[in-house]
Design a protein around this ligand. Structure first.
Ligand SMILES: [Zn+2]
Length: 100
């Protein structure tokens, strides 16, 4: 695959996810659709989503979870910086260590 195609695909995913997060509160149906499209670009072009984009999908139920709306993000209080994301749809909680 040409690098330009990859770059455009990632940009499109980024825009779709940004819009999905923006619309999550006011228009949940549209936001789900935008998140679905972003994931389809990822699978169709076999491009892994950059981490900040993958973070808005629940690892368990694969739903789009908008930060602060369908999911809760908490900063860990331990010495190692980590975030905890809980999905409001299936209750799954996962942690992510933030690299320093
Ligand atoms: Zn879930």
């Amino acid at each position: 695959m040409r690098p330009a195609v990859r770059k455009i695909a990632i940009e499109r995913m980024q825009i779709l996810i940004d819009n999905a997060i923006t619309n999550a509160k006011t228009n949940p149906e549209l936001s789900q659709r935008q998140a679905f499209l972003a994931r389809r670009i990822s699978t169709r072009h076999k491009i892994r989503m950059p981490y900040p984009l993958r973070m808005v999908f629940c690892k368990k139920c694969k739903s789009f979870i908008a930060p602060g709306i369908n999911s809760r993000i908490r900063l860990g209080r331990a010495s190692v910086k980590s975030i905890r994301i809980s999905c409001h749809l299936c209750g799954h909680i996962y942690r992510k260590i933030i690299p320093q």
